[in-house]
Write a protein that binds this ligand. Structure first.
Ligand SMILES: [Zn+2]
Length: 126
């Protein structure tokens, strides 16, 4: 139910932002979801559909941008993309919490990107 709690916080954020700007309706919500967050886009969209019912975000268009997983290697200094967790076994990488460097194969790496999740901005109307 990871996606449902995320959806609730997204809708809360959007509604709060809209209220601060006296907006009456939210037209679009732009989201950023990192490849290392293990969030299923389909399940998130479904959760948002349920969560936004009877709120000012009900008809909002949801735009999801995926940010690639990026790692830094402590051994050779490589910085860049890493293969994201696979659909079959999405938790494997995160449990290990050390990802293999594609350059030297070392596992002394840290995640520097791909953990983003949430609202980037919203488009609303008065
Ligand atoms: Zn390396």
């Amino acid at each position: 139910m990871h996606e449902l709690s995320l959806a609730v916080s997204i809708i809360e954020t959007a509604v709060k932002a809209a209220k601060e700007h006296n907006a009456k309706k939210i037209l679009e919500i732009n989201l950023e979801i990192g490849d290392f967050t293990v969030v299923s886009e389909d399940r998130l969209r479904f959760a948002l559909e349920i969560t936004s019912k009877d709120t000012i975000t009900e008809d909002a268009k949801i735009n999801i941008e995926r940010t690639p997983g990026r790692i830094r290697c402590k051994k050779c200094g490589y910085e860049g993309d890493s293969s994201p967790p696979t659909e079959d076994d999405p938790l494997q990488h995160l449990i290990m919490s050390s990802l293999k460097c594609p350059q030297c194969g070392d596992t002394h790496t840290e995640i520097i990107g791909g953990r983003e999740m949430g609202v980037v901005d919203i488009v609303a109307s008065k």
